[in-house]
Design a protein around this ligand. Structure first.
Ligand SMILES: CC(C)=CCC/C(C)=C/CC/C(C)=C/CC/C(C)=C/COP(=O)(O)O
Length: 258
């Protein structure tokens, strides 16, 4: 059965830099009296029992504090790195170039290019690889849409929503769809295309530049991009596990056999 391994063997050849913190105190209702833990009845030696909700607010878990701190650092650093977020930003003149890089990692050119290649391919090895790339790209779109829809993290406030063709969940930022695609496509190409070393280095650089440009354009926070890269990397393993071949999916391959 042709597999990824066998197919490989066949190939011989601006903004402000103010920190944004989520204060634990501000989460309490404004004007609320002091906590019962600090209030003692006159003449009584024992403190009144703590209501459960106050216990939770006054004793946040270590994990909660660590996560809030990480998110605060993420928002602050991402805002500082969003140097191409607008024409008036520090590196605003590089924004057009960043937008070209954005399109190079967009779903539409990748889907259309792969579909076109599939229709034009005249070898069974090329058809197998391109069909699996198309499957990987579609799976990536669905997975990112599901996670974005579940997490619903808004895009950074400094982002200008002027992206080339988006779908409804693209108003959310976690994870970065460009970063998942860049990592997925990068792993896929390195594994299934025979390329000279300089070209392999270029593919890795492209994936990194697409990812960094998401933060520079102000589209994403750093954690959106880091998680996106991890997700895309892991998704490639799923694609390889479910690899479509003429034996496992004969009907699909029959569609493109000439
Ligand atoms: C051409 C074929 C075979 C199918 C088309 C299927 C389809 C509906 C594709 C939609 C592609 C699309 C609009 C993708 C969105 C890409 C995007 C803007 C992602 C957001 O990236 P992010 O890094 O800002 O999260």
């Amino acid at each position: 059965m042709p597999s990824p391994r066998s197919s490989r063997e066949r190939r011989t050849g601006s903004g402000s830099s103010r920190l944004e913190f989520l204060s634990l105190v501000s989460q309490r209702s404004p004007g609320a009296p002091d906590s019962p833990s600090r209030r003692k009845e006159p003449g009584s030696s024992a403190a009144a029992p703590l209501p459960e909700e106050d216990c939770m607010k006054l004793n946040p878990s270590f994990l909660g504090i660590a996560l809030s701190s990480l998110l605060a650092i993420d928002l602050w650093a991402s805002k500082r790195l969003g140097v191409c977020a607008g024409e008036g930003s520090a590196w605003g003149s590089a924004r057009p170039l960043m937008k070209v890089i954005e399109i190079s990692g967009h779903g539409i050119p990748w889907l259309l290019g792969t579909f076109y290649g599939l229709c034009q391919s005249d070898s069974s090895a090329a058809r197998e690889v391109l069909l699996n790339l198309l499957f990987a790209l579609l799976l990536d779109l669905v997975l990112v849409a599901v996670v974005k829809g579940l997490v619903k993290r808004p895009r950074p406030t400094h982002n200008k929503m002027d992206m080339f063709v988006t779908i409804s969940v693209d108003k959310y930022s976690f994870p970065s769809g460009h970063a998942t695609r860049a990592a997925l496509v990068c792993r896929f190409i390195l594994r299934h295309l025979v390329l000279a070393v300089p070209l392999r280095v270029l593919v890795v650089l492209w994936a990194l530049i697409v990812s960094v440009s998401r933060v520079m354009l102000g589209r994403h926070n750093m954690t959106d991009v880091l998680f996106g890269l991890l997700l895309g990397y892991a998704l490639y393993s799923v694609v390889e596990h479910c690899w479509l071949s003429p034996l496992s999916a004969p009907a699909l391959f029959a569609l493109w056999s000439h």
